[in-house]
Design a protein around this ligand. Structure first.
Ligand code: PLP
Length: 427
């Protein structure tokens, strides 16, 4: 309560902005994730790896727009690409030069992707991948295959959300919700429902659900069982594609049939994509008489295509991906070493540049381990981080950006160390 009161007292202008926002948006909000109690802060500026709020406080941004902000703020290469695009107009009603360039970069980097199509968001990418997989199964004569296997804790967008039994606004497929990282439990469900499933959709590391990495053994089992049963395996790499030059699929060696993408690949502009094996993606080939329609006014929007091609082609190169994820790995190791030294029930799970804080000492392997964490301790962590100038998600989520250097990394570690030692009695 004390931390919450201090937050309110420190942010009077953000509070006023919040009241204004409430006049025209439900709860003052247009993006549920960005709500936090007592009210979210308003950001007025970003530069490099820093953000400034309406009350003038400066932050090191370790949230990185939930992975979309991998380039930091106003990266000069991306900015120049957007400037060029702006100078040539941006609503053509026609193809533009950058879309094939970005598609080629994606297909070259992602092992599972022969062909790709763009969307406006990761959510849309997943919706289209499922639609494609469904028709693919039908055309292969798998007429009973009408269901999708997803995993408890999986997040694939606002309409594909599987925490606590799914969301009432989910796309109305029939879902079989399997236990993530449970090899035998999932194998049994695949055996029981194999005939009915046209797709299995999963994140190779669950991102929103607390950076829960998929065990290799589990991912391999899903790969083998889905292949044997003719079920399309879709990796949602909307967040995890950043974790190596060719995504988490390259790092784990588990190659799905289809992959969905989003976030930073559009250079920080609205973006999503779905792609995969040629024979599946050719369903969308408009030169074929029975092709599937996939429209979308902004699928190839000029600013995203320009920003994406510059960002993915010139900035987040394979070498940059290695460097960022090595930096993240080192930071997470340092944070966990501090937690262990202080013997607190606090830790950071994740891979490379993505991590999440958990107020528990149980190793993070399953949904139950995540649920065992103290929510109060995590909320306190959020308030303490924000008060110390570290911009982080309410749920303790961190996605590093390439503008973070040694001094900002050290500062982040030092602030967490202060938290762990000052709040030791509560952890
Ligand atoms: N899939 C995953 C794994 C995500 O983390 C997200 C967003 O956080 C999405 C899909 C949805 O992407 P978007 O918010 O662009 O619709």
């Amino acid at each position: 309560d004390e931390a919450r009161q201090a937050y309110t007292a420190r942010n009077p202008k953000s509070l006023t902005r919040h009241h204004e926002a409430c006049e025209a948006m439900p709860g003052g909000n247009t993006r549920t994730t960005l709500h936090n109690s007592p009210f979210p802060l308003t950001v007025v500026r970003g530069e490099g790896c820093r953000l400034w709020d309406a009350d003038g406080h400066e932050y090191i941004d370790v949230l990185g727009e939930y992975t979309a902000g991998i380039y930091g703020h106003s990266h000069p290469v991306i900015r120049a690409a957007i400037d060029r695009a702006l100078n040539h107009g941006w609503n053509y009603g026609g193809r533009n030069a950058n879309e094939a360039k970005l598609a080629k970069l994606v297909a070259d980097r992602m092992p599972s992707i022969d062909l790709v199509r763009f969307t406006n968001s990761g959510t849309e990418g997943n919706v289209m991948a499922l639609a494609g997989a469904r028709v693919y199964a039908q055309r292969k004569g798998r007429t009973k295959a009408t269901k999708v296997m997803v995993f408890h804790g999986g997040y694939h967008g606002g309409v594909l959300y599987f925490v606590s039994g799914g969301s009432p606004v989910n796309v109305p497929y029939e879902y079989i919700v399997a236990p993530y990282n449970d090899v035998e439990g999932t194998r049994a469900l695949l055996a029981k429902h194999g005939e009915e499933l046209f797709a299995v959709l999963l994140e190779p590391m669950q991102g929103s659900h607390g950076c829960l990495p998929g065990d290799i053994e589990f991912l391999k089992m899903v790969r083998e069982e889905s292949r044997a049963r003719g079920i399309t395996m879709i990796f949602d790499e909307v967040m995890t594609s950043r974790l190596s030059p060719g995504g988490l699929q390259e790092k784990t060696g588990v190659i799905p049939d289809m992959t969905t993408l989003g976030k930073y690949i559009g250079g920080g502009m609205s973006f999503g994509a779905f792609g995969g094996r040629r024979d599946i993606m050719e369903l969308f080939d408009p030169t074929k008489p029975d092709h599937l329609p996939h429209a979308g006014t902004f699928n190839n929007n000029a600013l995203t295509m320009a920003a994406g091609a510059a960002g993915y082609g010139e900035v987040y190169t394979p070498a940059a991906a290695k460097e960022l994820n090595e930096r993240g790995e080192k930071i997470r190791q340092r944070l966990n070493a501090i937690c262990q030294r202080e013997k607190v029930a606090f830790q950071f799970s994740g891979i490379g540049s993505m991590m999440t804080a958990h107020a528990t000492s149980r190793p993070i392997k399953t949904a139950a381990d995540i649920a065992s964490g103290s929510q109060d301790a995590k909320e306190l962590f959020f308030f303490d981080m924000m008060a110390a100038g570290i911009w982080i998600a309410r749920r303790g989520f961190v996605a590093l950006n390439i503008m973070i250097g040694d001094s900002e990394g050290d500062r982040f570690v030092a602030v967490v160390e202060e938290f762990v030692t000052a709040r030791k009695a509560l952890l």
